[in-house]
Design a protein around this ligand. Structure first.
Ligand code: SF4
Length: 86
């Protein structure tokens, strides 16, 4: 999978442990960095695609990424249902 987007990452050179907090409540520092990162979108899409289990990617922690995946699945199912009745 292409990871060339990482070259523009705002987290380059920062301590990795910021992005792997012990709890969801400790994600704020990472999310602050991600908020101004120019590669936030491809970073998040990468983490969702590979089902990254740990850490903050693209400004989202694991729980938030799972929620995005569920929302996308529901939207895709709804779209398929709409196509099948048309
Ligand atoms: S969005 Fe966050 S984790 Fe992803 S590359 Fe940017 S700073 Fe790093």
């Amino acid at each position: 999978m292409d990871k060339s987007w990482q070259f523009g990452a705002a987290c380059q050179g920062l301590a990795a442990d910021i992005f792997y907090p012990q709890s969801d409540e400790e994600c704020d520092a990472a999310k602050t960095v991600c908020a101004s990162c120019p590669v936030r979108t491809p970073c998040l899409e990468y983490a969702i695609t590979v089902r990254e289990k740990d850490g903050v990617w693209g400004g989202a922690n694991e729980k938030e990424r799972r929620r995005i995946i569920r929302q996308r699945r529901r939207a895709a199912a709804k779209q398929r249902a709409l196509v099948s009745v048309s």
